[in-house]
Design a protein around this ligand. Structure first.
Ligand SMILES: Cc1ncc(COP(=O)(O)O)c(C=O)c1O
Length: 385
């Protein structure tokens, strides 16, 4: 059989090895100088005033909601097509995630459906830039302004991406990124909260490390003191120098990795151009995508196999594809606790049985890209009704 093509593989060079080895040899493994350097470089790259690192997107976004003062019984608007973390963090507060349907052509939250979901309990909107393609931010910001809501962007897929010339990370009140191993900047685990709001930056910095008023490196290094004060029941969410080493190495080639994924995006697009049994996602001219995912929609009404069988056919050829996402309202937890009905999400219900996400990672060779594209085209041809 042909060599197997994974769904994702991080780009690994000597930079990652050197930077991490340097940290390991230094003996400073937890939050220290590399985390500080990574945060500074990240802010410079994004153009945000503050970057507060954390050990995942989930913890960064939890910190963001805590910093805006989310309370029990509040409501937060989230899209249906996302990972559970987007809504899970809302539940941490005893608040309600109000799940809104997405647009058919982007899988992003549909601004036209947000207004109907706003009540006097709504405190924030969490738009997810699905696959790295920015949401309709003007419409979302306009609604947020009108109803006095905060916008916390889920940019787990959107590094780097831009909307009308502005980098994602500089638009809403807070933007959170993920450095999970499959993401466009892979540190194994990790996350970043970006904001221009000093209060949010200060509060999340405090809460990410036990509510202690000084970071550990200040406490234990020569410049710091042994004294510290606990001013709030904070979390243990800090990033660390080992993961920050990977982050630094990856950040230095973030634009190069984007170019590689963009190249794959264009190659797939032209390979599927004439395949009537597949639709691809197009991008609007006013924004750029991070191309974290490459979703396709199968015309299942004209195929003799369903989506799961299609994925198995790819697997038989050594190609690992995935599904992003199982819509939130279909998960037992959200269904049971928030009394959700699939029928209220007509667009998501259309997309879900049809969607497949294909491998798109920086070091895919031309031969691997062709193998994936050929396999998809051959399977559709073989099972055409
Ligand atoms: C849209 C979205 N939001 C949030 C997350 C959570 O990220 P992390 O694993 O860094 O907490 C993910 C991870 O897959 C995601 O895809």
């Amino acid at each position: 059989m042909n060599e197997y093509i994974p769904f994702h593989k991080p780009m690994i060079t000597e930079d990652e090895v050197r930077e991490t080895a340097d940290t390991i040899r230094s003996g400073w493994w937890t939050m220290g100088p590399k985390v500080i350097r990574f945060e500074k470089k990240f802010s410079d790259y994004i153009g945000s005033k503050y970057s507060v690192s954390a050990n995942s997107w989930t913890s960064a976004a939890h910190l963001a909601l805590e910093a805006i003062g989310l309370k029990k019984d509040d409501e937060v608007i989230v899209p249906s097509f996302t990972f559970t973390a987007t809504a899970g963090i809302v539940c941490y507060f005893g608040a309600t995630p109000v799940i809104v349907d997405v647009q058919k052509d982007t899988c992003n939250i549909d601004p036209a459906k947000i207004e109907a979901a706003i009540t006097n309990k709504t405190k924030a909107i969490i738009p997810v830039h699905y696959g790295g393609n920015p949401c309709d931010m003007d419409e979302i910001l306009e609604l947020a302004k009108r109803y006095n809501l905060r916008v916390i962007e889920d940019a787990a897929h959107a590094l780097p991406a831009s909307y009308k010339g502005r980098k994602i990370g500089t638009i809403g009140n807070v933007t959170c990124f993920s450095f999970y191993v499959t993401k466009t900047l892979a540190a194994g685990e990790g996350g970043m909260l970006c904001t221009n709001d000093e209060e949010i930056s200060e509060r999340s910095t405090l809460m990410r490390l036990h509510g202690i008023n000084k970071d550990s490196w200040k406490r234990y290094s020569d410049e710091g003191a042994w004294y510290y004060e606990v001013v709030a029941p904070g979390y243990k969410y800090n990033f660390d120098d080992i993961h920050a080493s990977l982050g630094l190495a990856q950040l230095s080639k973030i634009d190069y990795m984007l170019q590689r994924r963009k190249n794959i995006y264009h190659k797939y697009n032209s390979a599927f151009d004439k395949n009537e049994l597949i639709s691809t996602y197009n991008l609007k001219n006013d924004r750029t995508s991070a191309h974290h995912l490459y979703p396709i929609l199968l015309d299942i009404d004209n195929l003799r196999i369903n989506r799961a069988q299609f994925i198995e056919e790819l697997k038989a050829q050594g190609i690992i594809a995935s599904v992003h996402f199982i819509p939130l309202y279909r998960h037992t937890f959200y269904q049971k606790n928030f009394h959700l009905e699939n029928s209220k999400y007509s667009v998501s219900e259309y997309i879900y049985p049809r969607i497949i996400t294909l491998p798109i990672w920086p070091m895919m060779s031309d031969e691997q890209i062709e193998r994936v594209a050929d396999a998809v085209n051959l399977i559709t041809k073989k099972y055409k009704k």
